[in-house]
Design a protein around this ligand. Structure first.
Ligand code: ADE
Length: 238
């Protein structure tokens, strides 16, 4: 049983396209960004029970600040600002045909979330690199909501070179993303319950180039997130 402190659900998202439908559908209001990292964007429900935190636009490159570095900063500043009961990493992910994955599948994290691209062949540091941060046991909730429970893993690349593929196969990864383990690591350090909710846009071991398949399915996956995330938020044990 997950125990939580009182507070809102903090949903951390990376891309504007992923988060726009849910922000619009729920009528969330933008509030002032943190002075120390003004690219972070916060969107809050009228009752302040749900906060969506977005990494925002990288000021140097002019695109959504995706990946683990921005995710850590967003999560830390958002936890300090909002003192949430739950932290949820939500967004899109790559799936795996070999493990039953399909486009549009909604995955709710099960088991530790790892960094599949961090290899440190020094005793003791191997585990630090891998992360392995805890996720709440939400398997029965996933079944109720019609989601698939399974292992998530994170890397800072959209592609999947052989060493990463090996690490993901050993982990049984169902959702390969670019933020969940980073968000989970901060939530764990702060002692806050964590889960990840990911919609599959592309099949890592499939027939199409990842970037093409991702672009083709991004809008539909973002609409699916706008359906899945509010149902998850309403059902989380508080
Ligand atoms: N987000 C959506 N598809 C992804 C993939 N294949 N790898 C990492 N992040 C993703």
């Amino acid at each position: 049983m997950t125990t939580t402190q009182p507070g809102p659900v903090l949903v951390v998202m990376a891309m504007r396209a992923e988060s726009a439908p849910i922000i619009e559908q729920l009528g969330l209001s933008a509030v002032e960004s943190p002075a120390s990292w003004p690219s972070i964007e916060w969107f809050v429900s009228d009752d302040a029970d749900l906060v969506i935190a977005r990494n925002g636009v990288d000021p140097t490159h002019g695109v959504d600040a995706i990946g683990t570095g921005p995710a850590i900063i967003t999560t830390l500043l958002s936890i300090d600002r909002w003192t949430p009961a739950w932290v949820v990493s939500a967004g899109t992910a790559g799936g795996f045909r070999a493990r039953g994955g399909h486009i549009g599948q909604v995955i709710l994290a099960d088991g530790p979330v790892i960094h599949h691209d961090r290899r440190i062949a020094l005793p003791a540091f191997e585990a630090l690199g891998r992360g392995g941060h805890p996720t709440a046991d939400l398997r029965s909730l996933a079944t109720e909501l019609g989601f698939t429970s399974g292992p998530c893993s994170t890397g800072d690349s959209l592609d999947a070179p052989p060493l990463d593929v090996e690490a993901m196969a050993a982990h049984g990864t169902l959702a390969k993303d670019m933020e969940a383990a980073a968000v989970a690591g901060v939530a764990a350090r702060k002692g806050i319950a964590f889960t990840a909710c990911k919609v599959i846009t592309d099949i890592v071991d499939g027939d199409f180039a990842t970037a093409d398949e991702f672009r083709a399915n991004l809008a539909a996956a973002s609409a699916a997130l706008a359906d899945a995330v509010p149902r998850l938020v309403a059902a989380l044990p508080r």
